[in-house]
Design a protein around this ligand. Structure first.
Ligand code: ZN
Length: 506
C-alpha cells in the first residue's frame, strides 16, 4: 500500500527533528552556554538521543522498511524513495546490531577515561592512560564482533562511518601515499629556508581577522541568510536543516592562519550542508555522504582554493588594506608562499598539507595492530616513536607530543582518523575533474568568481546528501574509483615549485 512510504517518512522526519534539536543544544554548549549548564545539558542530550534511538530502532520501523522495500523495488537506484529506504535500512541494521548494554558501556568508559587521559597527557606519562586504552581496545573489539565483518575487525568499524570502504582498500591507498610523501617531506626539509612565514606572526588585530574571515567565506558562497559565524575553542560546523547551517572559528593574534583558514574550512562543510537538496530534507539522506566526503569539501575550499596563488592574487589587496602594518613590504606571492610553509611537526592538528596524511597513516597502522592483537597497549609509545622516526625523521621527545596527543582514543573512538586523509584524496580527485571541465578555473578564482565552482559542486556532489556511498559517489562524479594519485600529483607540483625540488618521475 502507498501509505507505507508516507508512514515511514513521517517517523524518519520525527527522528531527524529530535536529532536536530539535540544539535542546537550542542551548538549552544560550545558557544554561549555558561559553565554551570554542563550537567543539565548532558542530561538533555542523552534524553534526546535515547528518544531518537528508540523511535528509529523500533519494530514498527523494521516492518515499514520491509514493506517499503517491496514498494520501491522497481524504482531507479538514485530515486529519492529508493535511496531513503536503502540508507534507512543500512542505518537500522547497524543500530540494531549494537546491544544497548555495549553502547552504554562505551559511553561510560569514554567519560571515565577522559580525565585520566588529560592527566597522562599533562604529565606525559603513558602508564596513567594505558589501562584505559586497554579497555578501549577491548570495547572496540567487542563492537567489531557485534557489527560483524568478513576479513578484519577494522572493516566493521569503518563500515559505520565510511560505508563500503574496506581496510584493505585503505591500506593499499595509504601505502601509495606513504611512498610518495616520505621522500617529499625529506626534500622539503633539505630546502626548509626556501619559504619564510614570519609575516604570519606579526600580530593581526583579532576583531578585524574575524570580520575578514566572515567577508571571505561569504564571497566564496556561504549563505548568511541561512548561516552565521561564532567563536569556539575548536572550530566546527553544524546543521539544523537546509535553512540553518552554522560555523564557528577561533582567532589568534600571533598566528594568522588559524582564523581565516579555520573559517574557510568550516564554510566548506557549511556550503556542503547548504547545498543538500530540500527534496530529501527531514530524511536520513540529509547529511554529508560520510565524514571523509565531508572533509573533502572543507579541504577543497581551504587548501585547493584558499591556499592557491590565484586566490591570493585576488584577496591580497583587500587583506593589505585591512592590515597595512603587519603586511608592509609583503606581496601576494610572498603571502601565498608563507601560508603554504611545510615542515614536519609532532602534532597532527598543527600539520601542513604535505605532512598531515603521515600522521593519519601512523594512527591507522597502530589501531589495526591493537585491534588484531599484534600490538600490546604497553608497547604503543615505542611503536609510535619508531614509526614517527621512519616517517618524519624526528625523535619524539615525550608521550605528550607522541602517543597521548589525540582525544579520540579516550572517547573509545577507533577508525575515525582515516576520514581526514580520505578527504584530502577525494577533494583532489574532484578538483582534477573540475579542472578538466572548467579549464579557466584559475582565472575565475583570480577574479574572485566562485559561483561556477560552487554550482558544479552543488550539482555533482552536495545535492545528493547521503544517497551514495563514498565509493559510489566518487565513481559517479569522476568515473574512477577512489585513488590517491591526483592528490600526490597536486602536492608534488605545488610543493616542488615552492621548495625548488627536482621533479619526480611518476
Ligand atoms: Zn573538517
Amino acid at each position: 500500500m502507498a501509505d507505507t512510504m508516507k508512514r515511514l517518512k513521517a517517523i524518519l522526519a520525527e527522528v531527524t527533528d529530535i536529532q536536530r534539536a539535540g544539535a542546537v543544544l550542542d551548538w549552544d554548549q560550545e558557544t554561549y552556554m555558561p559553565p554551570g549548564g554542563i550537567q543539565n545539558r548532558a542530561d538533555q542530550a542523552s534524553t534526546l538521543s535515547e528518544v531518537a534511538h528508540r523511535r528509529f530502532t523500533s519494530d514498527e520501523v523494521g516492518l515499514l522498511l520491509e514493506e517499503a522495500e517491496t514498494e520501491v523495488a522497481n524504482e531507479p537506484f538514485d530515486s529519492d524513495d529508493a535511496s531513503i529506504v536503502r540508507v534507512a535500512r543500512r542505518d537500522y541494521e547497524l543500530d540494531r546490531k549494537l546491544p544497548p548494554e555495549l553502547v552504554a558501556e562505551i559511553a561510560h568508559a569514554g567519560s571515565a577515561a577522559r580525565p585520566h587521559w588529560q592527566r597522562a597527557r599533562k604529565e606525559a606519562k603513558f602508564e596513567i592512560f594505558a589501562p584505559y586504552l586497554q579497555r578501549a581496545v577491548e570495547l572496540n573489539q567487542r563492537m567489531a564482533e557485534a557489527l560483524g565483518y568478513d576479513k578484519r575487525p577494522y572493516d566493521a568499524l569503518l563500515n559505520r562511518t565510511e560505508p563500503g570502504l574496506t581496510t584493505d582498500q585503505l591500506e593499499a591507498m595509504f601505502e601509495e601515499l606513504r611512498t610518495a610523501i616520505v621522500p617529499l617531506v625529506a626534500g622539503i626539509a633539505r630546502h626548509a629556508d626556501a619559504v619564510d612565514d614570519s609575516v604570519l606572526h606579526r600580530g593581526f588585530d583579532t576583531d578585524k581577522q574575524v570580520q575578514y574571515a566572515l567577508d571571505t567565506v561569504v564571497k566564496l558562497g556561504y549563505d548568511l541568510e541561512r548561516g552565521r559565524q561564532d567563536i569556539s575553542t575548536h572550530p566546527f560546523s553544524i546543521a539544523f536543516g537546509p535553512g540553518d547551517v552554522r560555523i564557528t572559528t577561533r582567532v589568534n593574534r600571533d598566528f594568522f592562519n588559524e582564523c581565516l583558514f579555520g573559517s574557510i574550512h568550516e564554510a566548506g562543510h557549511g556550503m556542503y550542508f547548504q547545498g543538500i537538496g530540500r527534496n530529501i530534507d527531514r530524511t536520513p539522506l540529509w547529511d554529508g555522504a560520510s565524514p571523509g566526503v565531508h572533509e573533502s569539501q572543507s579541504r577543497l575550499w581551504e587548501n585547493l582554493v584558499g591556499r592557491s596563488l590565484p586566490f591570493w592574487n585576488h584577496f591580497f589587496p583587500s587583506l593589505r588594506e585591512t592590515f597595512p602594518e603587519p603586511l608592509r613590504g609583503v606581496d601576494a606571492e610572498g603571502f601565498y608562499r608563507a601560508v603554504n610553509k611545510s615542515y614536519p611537526s609532532f602534532i597532527r592538528v598543527e600539520a601542513d598539507e604535505v605532512t598531515y596524511n603521515l600522521h593519519v597513516l601512523l594512527r591507522f597502522e597502530l589501531e589495526n595492530d591493537m585491534l588484531e592483537g599484534k600490538l600490546k597497549v604497553n608497547d604503543v609509545p615505542e611503536a609510535w616513536n619508531e614509526l614517527f622516526k621512519s616517517y618524519f625523521g624526528l625523535d619524539v621527545p615525550n608521550d605528550r607530543e607522541g602517543a597521548l596527543q589525540d582525544i579520540h582514543w579516550s572517547f573509545i573512538g577507533f577508525a575515525e582518523f582515516p576520514g581526514y586523509t580520505l578527504g584530502n584524496i577525494i577533494g583532489a580527485q574532484f578538483m582534477e575533474k573540475i579542472r578538466a571541465e572548467m579549464p579557466d578555473l584559475d582565472s575565475q578564482i583570480g577574479r574572485g568568481e566562485f559561483g561556477p565552482l560552487l554550482r558544479w559542486l552543488q550539482e555533482n556532489v552536495y545535492q545528493h546528501g547521503r544517497k551514495f556511498t563514498p565509493n559510489e559517489l566518487v565513481e559517479r562524479v569522476t568515473g574512477q574509483p577512489i585513488s590517491p594519485k591526483p592528490w600526490i600529483a597536486y602536492v608534488r607540483k605545488k610543493f616542488g615549485a615552492l621548495y625548488d625540488l627536482e621533479p619526480v618521475k611518476a
